[in-house]
Design a protein around this ligand. Structure first.
Ligand code: F6R
Length: 240
């Protein structure tokens, strides 16, 4: 696990965008694993600028998203489907048929999870997986627990995550209590992983990545088993 410590959020976003843009320049049909939340928004803005400057194209790029609230309608402005269109897809030349997000409208959540995992497995494999990190160390919606799932699954959200995410909703009661999420195994299949973290509220979670221990109580520590993980964080998250 490699750490790149940046001065601030903007520098973190630029650093990550450079790695993704460099990939898209040499591999036009790259497969990206994408995250939502506030952390990757700057990265997506940088990629949109690169696209507008004619430096990269998303025409043949495929994407898989980490997670989606469940149940949620796609037209709900808090759905991750809406988020991805709003923050990236509608600003670049990506073919929406090449984008895939767990379906928060699926009648059968278990089947959707199985199908999603199959769709990832049938692809050529995620080249770069973008991750944020929860204050409690979650990645995707793999929350701290005594056991973690390998594959895409339906999960309940912890009180900590519901409270953290309530900042996007009109009231905490409107935050969905469940989500569909890639499992730790699905995430670990990516060839390269970029984990982004900004702000002092992520410091405790990042601290757990700096030592040599693995714990399911901080799910992100499982990433230490992957041989190509870059943590790009600002000084506040790193603890400087
Ligand atoms: C989002 C996701 C979550 C977030 C995490 C941090 O797709 O999987 O794990 O990355 O909750 O969220 P922010 O960036 O809003 O602090």
């Amino acid at each position: 696990m490699k750490f790149i410590v940046c001065e601030n959020y903007d520098e973190m976003s630029k650093e990550a965008a450079k790695i993704v843009a460099d990939l898209l320049k040499v591999k036009k049909d790259a497969i990206l694993g994408l995250a939502t939340g506030s952390t990757p928004i700057g990265l997506y803005k940088e990629l949109i600028s690169e696209y507008n400057a004619g430096n990269i194209s998303f025409k043949d790029v495929k994407t898989f998203n980490l997670d989606e609230y469940y149940p949620i309608n796609k037209d709900n402005d808090q759905s991750y489907y809406y988020f991805m269109n709003d923050n990236l897809f509608s600003h670049v030349d990506i073919d929406l048929n090449n984008t895939d997000i767990p379906n928060g409208e699926a009648a059968d959540a278990e089947k959707e999870c199985e199908d999603y995992e199959k769709r990832i497995a049938a692809s050529a494999g995620v080249d770069i997986q973008i991750l944020g990190i929860g204050q409690n160390g979650h990645i995707g919606f793999n929350e701290p627990d005594s056991e973690l799932y390998m594959a895409t699954h339906l999960t309940g959200l912890t009180e900590n995550t519901i409270e953290a995410n309530s900042r996007f909703f009109e009231s905490i009661d409107l935050v969905p209590k469940s989500a569909l999420t890639m499992g730790i195994g699905s995430i670990m299949k990516a060839k390269k992983i970029i984990l982004l973290a900004s702000g002092a509220n992520k410091n405790e979670a990042i601290e757990a990545l700096k030592n040599g221990m693995l714990t399911t109580n901080v799910p992100a520590t499982m990433l230490k088993l992957h041989d190509d993980v870059v943590v790009i964080c600002d000084k506040a998250a790193y603890g400087e």
